[in-house]
Design a protein around this ligand. Structure first.
Ligand SMILES: [Zn+2]
Length: 149
């Protein structure tokens, strides 16, 4: 048995309870959105997703996968030898990431706002990288030109 926070009163309740014993909040089935990691990697491997032990598909980098969950379920993520798991409830958003220091695969349970935020931050840093590359190419072309003439 594992404990989760009641989305209504924030008391700890059994993850499989359909009703909160503290406030009576009923948990309904709904959607969980999984976002593939937003960081850049040399190899961009996709991550296999398992729901309650059954493989249900793969999430591409920066990809989005929506799944139906009943009250609470366990999700497991596998990428090569790395794996992680978490318990989700309807309306959760799960953001996948790699820890650059330890090489671990992480699944962070968050909401739509934080997911969109981290996607737009990743896009901004991609644009910066492209900008830097263009400037370096221009400098190299200029140096080559002045060396040849
Ligand atoms: Zn409650």
């Amino acid at each position: 048995m594992s404990l989760i926070k009641c989305p209504n009163c924030e008391n700890e309740i059994d993850s499989f309870a359909s009703k909160c014993p503290h406030c009576g909040f009923e948990r309904k089935s709904g959607k969980v959105t999984i976002i593939g990691y937003t960081e850049k990697f040399a190899l961009n491997p996709s991550v296999s997703v398992f729901k309650n032990g059954v493989e249900i598909g793969e999430v591409e980098p920066k990809g989005k996968m929506e799944i139906d969950v009943e009250k609470v379920c366990e999700l497991q993520f596998k990428c090569g030898l790395r794996s992680t798991n978490c318990f989700v409830t309807p309306n959760d958003w799960v953001l996948l990431s790699f820890n650059r220091t330890t090489g671990e695969l992480n699944a962070t349970i968050t909401d739509e706002y934080h997911c969109q935020n981290s996607i737009s931050q990743a896009e901004k840093s991609d644009k910066k990288r492209i900008g830097c590359a263009i400037i370096i190419i221009i400098i190299l072309l200029y140096l080559a030109y002045s060396y040849l003439s």
